[in-house]
Design a protein around this ligand. Structure first.
Ligand code: PLP
Length: 465
């Protein structure tokens, strides 16, 4: 009987909406939440209340204001996208699961401009007629790399797909057995070949492929020689493969193009950062490779994109291929990529302005100082933490055999286990992602921004101390 009365007295959706209007709550929310989503949240909240009354869990009706508050909370929770900012404390600079590279502020600002406004995407202001979306990037890309011609597609996987479809279809493409790469997400060189309608002609062995292996395999059906950078693994020890120059020379002699999938594709020499076995794009251009492809969001530090460089005749052919239209990039990618490439006009400037390069180039002193600042901030919140020396990875399927020295803060998890701590931090509205190593919860200074420090300290203070 009592239950019936409670149920009857549950406020109506419209009553709560009126209340929300009167208190100004609705006005604030409709800035970011559409009215029907607010209505849905209220309805769900009331439905749940009804359930609690029926099960006997709730014996007294909450105040309408409290019900409204819960409904608002529900609406805001629902509004939070599953794609959102995280704090990266893993030390992995190119973390594929955390969105790979961060864009420079110049790139972000360019994206915002073309996203908000109409733009010259395919409009030539000189002639007042139709222009080409390729024009914004291609000559700059050719200029900073020294290549004859260039183009851009959605990602490097798309670039390889386009190149092999346009240049290998119906024939054989020769590749070393040591380079039959699998990248995450089912991108495998042999499968891509099949998809593109080419026959993979594997030569050599896993550890050794000689120039004569390629030479002996060349025949009527051969369309191209393919070199793949083993970006996410290395074959070391008793191993050998011909140099790019030798391969190019063989290509010339046989009238066949040499194609190279460079994977990461760095435009600057990274040896100063302690990264020794990443080839640069310019090396491949200088070696005379006919068509080169690499990612925009790995070591280049730009948006997701597939950059293609090479001899003009081949690039022209790629641009005309029907797949090119299907794989074309949008204006936001073009805007971000143009600013990223522009930074490479001066490699030293690029190292300061492109976040990926800046993070990789930090000195031990800088990293230690940032870790120390985080430790001090944590102390301010009553926490216990130590600064420890650590090693991190570059990530993004780059530099697989290299780790970089870094400094991290090891958090004392108090009553919790490190796994519980990791989970709590992960489930926050702005998730904090750390690394667990040898039973310690670490936040690596390399990937923490300067403005992450106080945020992380505050959040840990709430969770732990
Ligand atoms: C990463 C990588 C790809 C795929 O590049 P995406 O830009 O992620 O599509 C292809 N080939 C190699 C060798 C790679 O390292």
């Amino acid at each position: 009987m009592e239950q019936q009365k409670l149920l009857r007295n549950i406020p109506k959706v419209d009553e709560l909406l009126t209340l929300a209007g009167e208190t100004g709550r609705l006005y604030d929310m409709t800035e970011i939440i559409p009215p029907s989503a607010i209505r849905d949240a209220i309805r769900e909240e009331l439905e749940e209340l009804r359930g609690r009354i029926l099960s006997g869990e709730t014996a007294q009706l909450p105040e309408p204001g409290d019900i409204l508050e819960s409904a608002c909370h529900r609406a805001y929770q629902d509004q939070i996208s599953s794609l959102r900012r995280v704090v990266n404390g893993t030390g992995v600079v190119l973390h594929t699961n955390l969105g790979r590279s961060l864009l420079s502020w110049q790139a972000v600002s360019a994206v915002e401009q073309v996203a908000r406004s109409y733009s010259t995407l395919e409009y030539d202001v000189e002639s007042g007629s139709r222009g080409s979306r390729h024009s914004h990037i291609d000559s700059l890309l050719a200029e900073v790399t020294g290549a004859e011609a260039a183009m851009v597609v959605n990602n490097n996987a798309a670039a390889v797909l386009l190149i092999l479809s346009a240049m290998g279809k119906g024939g054989e493409v020769i590749t070393s057995r040591g380079e039959l790469v699998e990248i995450g997400g089912s991108f495998r060189i042999p499968d891509i070949m099949t998809q593109c309608g080419c026959t993979l002609r594997e030569v050599g062995t896993t550890n050794k492929t000689h120039l004569f292996d390629y030479e002996n395999a060349i025949g009527e059906e051969t369309r191209a020689l393919l070199r793949v950078h083993t970006s996410n693994y290395r074959i070391v020890g008793f191993s050998q493969r011909p140099s790019l120059e030798e391969l190019v020379e063989l290509g010339k002699r046989s009238g066949l193009p040499v194609i190279e999938d460079l994977g990461s594709g760095s435009l600057v020499d990274l040896t100063a950062f302690g990264i020794h076995d990443e080839p640069t794009v310019q090396q491949s251009v200088r070696a005379g490779v006919d068509v080169i492809s690499f990612s925009g969001d790995k070591l280049l530090g730009g948006p997701q994109a597939g950059l293609i460089l090479g001899k003009r005749t081949y690039i022209e052919k790629l641009k005309k291929h029907p797949l090119a239209r299907a794989l074309r990039v949008d204006k936001m990618t073009i805007a971000a990529l143009r600013e990223t490439l522009y930074a490479y006009r001066d490699p030293e400037w690029a190292k300061k302005n492109i976040p990926v390069l800046r993070m990789l180039g930090q000195s031990g002193q800088e990293l230690h100082a940032r870790a120390e600042r985080l430790r001090l901030a944590l102390e301010g919140f009553g926490g216990a933490a130590r600064v420890v020396e650590t090693r991190g990875q570059v990530g993004g399927g780059s530099c697989p055999t290299q780790t970089m020295g870094s400094w991290a803060v090891a958090i004392e998890p108090g009553e919790m286990t490190v796994d519980q701590l990791a989970e709590k931090l992960r489930r926050a509205p702005v998730p904090i992602i750390g690394r667990i190593s040898q039973g310690q919860y670490l936040l690596d200074a390399r990937t923490l921004g300067d403005d992450d420090i106080s945020f992380v300290a505050e959040r840990l203070g709430e969770v732990l101390w």
